[in-house]
Design a protein around this ligand. Structure first.
Ligand code: DUC
Ligand code: ZN
Ligand code: ZN
Length: 468
């Protein structure tokens, strides 16, 4: 019998599979994982990976790219720069949100996002929808058509003027999700409470970046988390609470699960590494850390870690929402220095999500390699209907990232690939670094060099696994 000939064999790595960690070779053919075994034979390309760990390529299911951000404000990343940063950070798929401009239909917005992404992506992409209008065309025509075309998840907001939906509207959206087979994601913060606190802070002259955090305290998020889950129970749908920042909101999620609610939870690096004190840095530096929900207290890190370690969080995403700092189209927007209200809301993080969790989680012994793979890739694929992604298994897309678990580096803006001019993690030391990213069998990043050719594709998604 002639030896099997693969396109590529990865040899010598410890391989993280859903069945555990194995020392084996990975045979790749036609962009898919064709075999896992001890001695696979011949291949056109052999990747020697002795001392490295082979993980499923990261899936970051919460990023914002080229999103409309208000008059005169521009996101720091387009699809080229965001996905270049994504693969440099060990990701092979990202799920950005599609936000319609005011008055624009969701269908037209999705078509525009496809046009912006086409031919420019270094990793695969698929869009969540943001539902900000609940008119009959959006709910009765656009959403069903877009879900049928593979956009099987959407986010609703409980905060921000122009975006926040009422409870009734959220129920209407949830009922479309139930009928059409999609998963609802919720940004849970109480808009009225925030506006009350913001007006009061401004009246009292408390306008520095820190007051972004002070006017969005934990109860604002905890109450909305409870309400979102209650609405989902009334509508009888599962839901994802995104960017959970604190222990009290997580407690609401735990209590709801104990009574049978189907709730999934996501957290992000900022909630285990940053605090509200970062928004109080000298000068205008605090603006670099303005995001919502805001970073909390160090005591909340422990609560979030308990949820990461014990499985309460299915998802660890970046919430990459990048603005430039020294830029009037970014954090230094007109009025931003006179009130926190005018500071664009969001921080960059798609490139640093995985190294931060690997270092703080795996290298420090808090979580296993298997749990890392689950919350950075496998669960994202299952929850959001990416059938061929998220696991090193025969038949899956050969989306693989090779980690050097011993490499220690300082995160530095100068080394990053994103379009922002700063990172909130400047000088943060990590142990464990992604050294090669492989997308559908092809190396797209090696030792920090990202391939010049953007080979990423749009992926139409199936129904989320929880709905099947
Ligand atoms: N919510 C997000 O998910 N990202 C950035 C800003 C926000 O409010
Ligand atoms: Zn949000
Ligand atoms: Zn977000």
């Amino acid at each position: 019998m002639s030896p099997v000939c693969f396109d590529t064999i990865i040899r010598g790595a410890r391989v993280v599979t859903p069945a555990g960690v194995a020392r084996c070779e990975i045979g790749i053919s036609g962009g898919r994982i064709a075999a896992l075994g001890l001695s696979l034979g011949e291949a056109t390309e052999i990747i020697e990976a002795e001392g490295l760990i082979a993980m499923p390529g990261g899936i970051d299911s919460h990023v914002h790219i080229s999103q409309p951000s208000g008059p005169g404000i521009e996101m720091a990343d387009d699809f080229g720069s965001a996905t270049r940063a994504a693969v440099a950070g060990g990701n092979t798929t990202v799920l950005p949100f599609c936000l319609p401009e005011d008055g624009q239909s969701l269908r037209v917005a999705v078509a525009e996002y496809h046009a912006k992404a086409a031919g420019n992506c270094h990793c695969d992409v698929s869009f969540h929808l943001i539902v900000k209008a609940t008119d009959p065309v959006t709910l009765g025509q656009d959403l069903p058509a877009l879900i049928a075309a593979g956009h099987t998840s959407f986010k609703v907001f409980m905060t921000y003027q122009g975006l926040a939906l009422s409870d009734r509207e959220i129920l209407e959206v949830m009922s479309v999700a139930k009928e059409q087979g999609a998963l609802v994601m919720v940004h849970a913060e109480n808009e009225d409470a925030i506006e009350f606190l913001r007006d009061k802070a401004e009246r009292e002259g408390q306008t520095d970046p820190l007051f972004h955090a002070r006017t969005r305290p934990v109860p604002v998020e905890r109450e909305a988390t409870h309400r979102a889950i209650t609405l989902a129970e009334i509508a009888d749908v599962p839901l994802t609470i995104v960017h959970v920042s604190n222990g009290e909101s997580l407690e609401e999620i735990r209590r709801s699960r104990a009574r049978g609610a189907k709730v999934f939870a996501e957290t992000c690096p900022q909630y285990i590494t940053l605090t509200a004190a970062d928004l109080d840095r000298a000068g205008f530096e605090g603006a670099k850390y303005v995001c919502s929900p805001p970073p909390r207290a160090a005591s909340d890190w422990e609560a979030i870690w308990s949820g990461i370690c014990n499985g309460d969080f299915e998802l660890f995403s970046s919430d990459h929402c990048p603005f430039r700092f020294a830029d009037p189209a970014g954090k230094d927007a007109p009025g931003a220095r006179t009130s926190f209200r005018n500071i664009p809301n969001g921080i960059p993080g798609v490139e640093t999500r995985l190294p931060i969790l690997f270092s703080e989680g795996v290298s420090k012994g808090r979580i296993s390699l298997e749990r890392f793979a689950a919350i950075t890739a496998t669960n994202h694929a299952r929850l959001y209907g990416l059938k061929t992604k998220g696991a090193i298994m025969v038949g899956m897309d050969a989306d693989i990232v090779l980690w050097d678990p011993e490499m220690t580096r300082e995160i530095r803006q100068d080394d990053l690939h994103h379009g922002s001019d700063y990172t909130p993690w400047e000088g943060f030391t990590v142990t464990g670094w992604p050294v090669r990213t492989i997308l559908r069998g092809e190396t797209v990043m090696h030792e920090g060099d990202v391939s010049g050719v953007p080979t990423g594709a749009h992926i139409a998604r199936s129904a989320p696994e929880v709905l099947l």
